[in-house]
Design a protein around this ligand. Structure first.
Ligand SMILES: Cc1cc2nc3c(=O)[nH]c(=O)nc-3n(C[C@H](O)[C@H](O)[C@H](O)COP(=O)(O)OP(=O)(O)OC[C@H]3O[C@@H](n4cnc5c(N)ncnc54)[C@H](O)[C@@H]3O)c2cc1C
Length: 393
């Protein structure tokens, strides 16, 4: 997208790729279907960018979801949105996205140089003069660094772009795995393995600080918690040690706050507690809650006693799990952290340290939630960087 935008603005562009094939990571996205973006206007998108949304705003305004879809359609790739608003190519084929972007660049006379990892960005008097690939120097009036993060290094995004930025004085904020499942440390969740919950509200607390809450689907895995709501909460964690408490809000899942739940229970106190507080929760989870409280599943509400009733309301309001991150950065869906955005002009994506250097995509410390927000960020920042880079030539 950056190369195409620069070519559209009149520049002569060379796209340099370290591996032998373009867009390796893009081809893996959305399970091979490429969840490219998400329906919604600028403010809706910004609400799904927990990491540095203010920085991302001008880029998302320059190329929003509707403009991206219109551009892709004009280039021969119509898109569709699913019932959740996630945008995919109509063919659901990520390879086709890569092909359309490549063809677009070819039609604009963008040059390609594959299998050419950039080892150095050449700078003289604080201005870019080109790049070095092995022993070859390539002269350029502007360089756009769109080298991705450090996860899935086999795709080519091996963190070398972060090292290039750092070598020019850019600060790199701490890297950590993002959009990952969480390992449950203390509670035995084996009885819940394989259970999934739809649209459950959950929140995360780290070192006593509430970091935020999200709603979404959740899956109990072999050793912990996964699914979109957990992935999105993982983006809120402070750097290692990522020890935290994840709370599942089971009463809210039933549509109750704790006072409403107390009134419902008191109004039918002869009934079994689980049928009052958790009527729509799967029976395995009802049994799990009963075991954590040490009460029997069918016990009538009034038989529990005031202290147990209070504990039960508290636990069903916020069922806590001690969690941490065990997924290595290499297997994370995104890299949290990257080039410090205070050293980049958000209106142009230009480095504030080196003239003629522009940055775009996941190499920056900007991250979106799951649902297409990261590819949209990569497209939008790439578009803005491409357009702006031409202005320095
Ligand atoms: C399994 C998986 C599934 C995902 N699914 C989705 C999804 O459905 N929707 C979504 O929005 N996001 C998804 N993401 C995240 C998304 O893929 C990334 O955020 C996005 O690809 C980042 O784009 P980018 O252009 O910044 O970097 P990348 O796509 O990583 O591309 C960077 C390119 O730079 C090249 N490069 C790196 N260093 C050098 C160098 N020194 N010299 C030359 N070339 C270099 C790399 O080889 C690579 O081709 C997924 C990620 C993964 C791992």
């Amino acid at each position: 997208m950056a190369a195409s935008a620069a070519a559209s603005a009149g520049a002569s562009v060379l796209l340099i790729e370290g591996t032998s094939r373009l867009a390796n990571k893009l081809r893996l996205t959305g399970g091979g279907h490429a969840n490219l973006s998400h329906e919604g206007d600028l403010s809706a998108h910004l609400a799904h960018v927990p990491r540095n949304p203010a920085f991302a705003q001008p880029a998302l305004a320059a190329l929003d979801a509707a403009s991206l879809r219109a551009a892709l359609a004009a280039w021969g790739l119509p898109t569709v949105a699913d019932e959740q608003g996630r945008v995919f190519p109509a063919t659901r084929n990520a390879h086709q996205v890569a092909a359309v972007l490549r063809n677009r660049c070819l039609s604009q006379q963008v040059g390609f140089r594959l299998s050419s990892p950039v080892d150095q960005i050449l700078v003289q008097q604080e201005a870019v003069t080109g790049v070095r690939v092995g022993s070859h120097q390539i002269t350029a009036g502007a360089v756009i660094l769109a080298t991705g993060g450090a996860s899935y290094p086999e795709t080519g995004s091996d963190g070398s772009g972060l090292r290039l930025a750092s070598s020019l004085g850019h600060k790199i904020t701490p890297l950590q795995p993002g959009l990952v499942g969480l390992h449950v440390i203390s509670e035995d969740t084996a009885p819940l393995r394989g259970l999934s919950l739809r649209s459950v509200p959950a929140s995360i607390v780290q070192q006593g600080r509430a970091l935020g809450s999200r709603r979404g689907d959740l899956l109990f895995t072999q050793d912990g918690l996964s699914g979109p709501v957990v992935h999105n909460l993982s983006l809120l964690l402070e750097p290692a040690p990522c020890h935290a408490q994840l709370h599942l809000h089971l009463l809210a899942l039933q549509g109750f706050d704790s006072e409403q739940a107390r009134q419902v229970a008191a109004g039918a106190a002869q009934k079994a507690w689980h049928s009052l507080l958790l009527p729509n929760v799967p029976s395995r989870l009802q049994r799990y809650v009963a075991e954590r409280l040490g009460v029997s599943l069918g016990a009538p509400w009034r038989s529990l006693g005031a202290a147990m009733q209070a504990r039960m309301l508290a636990l069903t309001e916020a069922l806590p799990f001690e969690v941490n991150v065990v997924a290595p950065l290499e297997r994370a869906m995104v890299t949290l952290g990257g080039v410090d955005v205070t050293q980049v002009d958000r209106n142009t994506m230009a480095s504030l340290l080196v003239r003629g250097l522009y940055l775009a995509g996941e190499v920056l410390d900007v991250t979106g939630e799951s649902g297409g927000y990261n590819l949209q960020l990569a497209f939008s920042t790439g578009y803005l960087a491409g357009q702006s880079a031409v202005a320095t030539l």
